[in-house]
Design a protein around this ligand. Structure first.
Ligand code: ATP
Length: 258
């Protein structure tokens, strides 16, 4: 697998998007991840505070790519956290492959997050004291894979992501783009069903950001993982097949772009 050679994966070409409609919309029968009537109100004064999410239905089909856009404070990160089982909804349900996340205990939900979901954040998610290879191997080790085996699997990701030779570098010795590629490797090493990315290019320049999106979308497609990306940037959203826009905690539009 070499993910770096083609400038843009044909399955994720931002310029080839036009058709509209919503075949992957919230009632898709093949959806793997389904949020229904999601409401989230933060804090003790929840009766007075406007909800961060005010009733969102969203279904993510296996292997699909979805950008979540919207103004600051519209609920994008909250939606991502609810879908990923990081935050519990005030009301509504999230189910993953038919299993209601709320019915799992905290420990089981954490295990499921480790085994079935991958995460890429804006920056700072790597452990600074560990070399890149150990950062990538960590999710496997946390899931019980012996260290040696975990590092062998982690190493497989370095060449496809253009990181060969950087295995022993610590995060502080990597560029921003290299660190994000290590984060992509870490998100994908456990073969997740869904990768959640919150502003994954937010700390990068435009060119590096596009490269990272190319690698992220190509790697997810190669693994059959769905991708959910929160972004303000239309160029980042352009790598996804579907764009969901939030406003005031509700879905304003839901469009399959090609
Ligand atoms: N942990 C929290 N405690 C209290 N309020 C919160 C918390 N997290 C988010 N909020 C509030 O919920 C609303 C939605 O926040 P959220 O971070 O989901 O929006 P967003 O669209 O991701 O914003 P941004 O683009 O600025 O990151 C905002 O009004 C925010 O202040």
């Amino acid at each position: 697998m070499n993910l770096t050679t083609s400038p843009r994966a044909e399955t994720h070409h931002p310029e080839s998007r036009k058709s509209t409609g919503s075949p992957e919309s919230s009632e898709s029968p093949e959806a793997a991840l389904v949020g229904r009537a999601l409401v989230k109100t933060y804090g003790p004064t929840r009766d007075e505070a406007p909800p961060a999410l005010a009733g969102v239905d969203l279904a993510i089909a296996p292997g699909s790519s979805v950008a979540v856009m919207g103004p600051s404070g519209s609920g994008k990160t909250t939606l991502l956290h609810l879908l990923a089982g990081v935050v519990t909804p005030t009301s509504g349900t999230v189910s993953w492959r038919g299993q209601d996340l709320a019915r799992l205990g905290d420990a089981a939900r954490s295990r499921l997050r480790r085994s079935d979901f991958g995460f890429v954040f804006q920056s700072g998610q790597l452990l600074p004291e560990l070399p890149a290879i150990e950062n990538v191997a960590l999710p496997l080790m946390l899931a019980g894979t012996p260290r040696r085996q975990a590092e062998v699997r982690a190493r497989d990701w370095f060449a496809p992501l253009g990181l060969q030779g950087l295995e022993r570098r610590r995060p502080g010795e990597l560029s921003g783009g290299q660190a994000q590629r290590v984060a992509i490797a870490r998100a994908l090493v456990g073969s997740p069903g869904v990768v959640f990315a919150d502003e994954p290019t937010g700390a990068l320049d435009q060119t590096t950001g596009q490269e990272v999106m190319h690698l992220l979308t190509t790697a997810c497609a190669a693994q059959g993982a769905a991708l959910v990306v929160v972004t303000h940037d239309p160029d980042v959203a352009g790598w996804c097949r579907r764009v969901v826009r939030l406003r005031d905690g509700r879905v304003e539009s839901d469009e399959v772009t090609r």
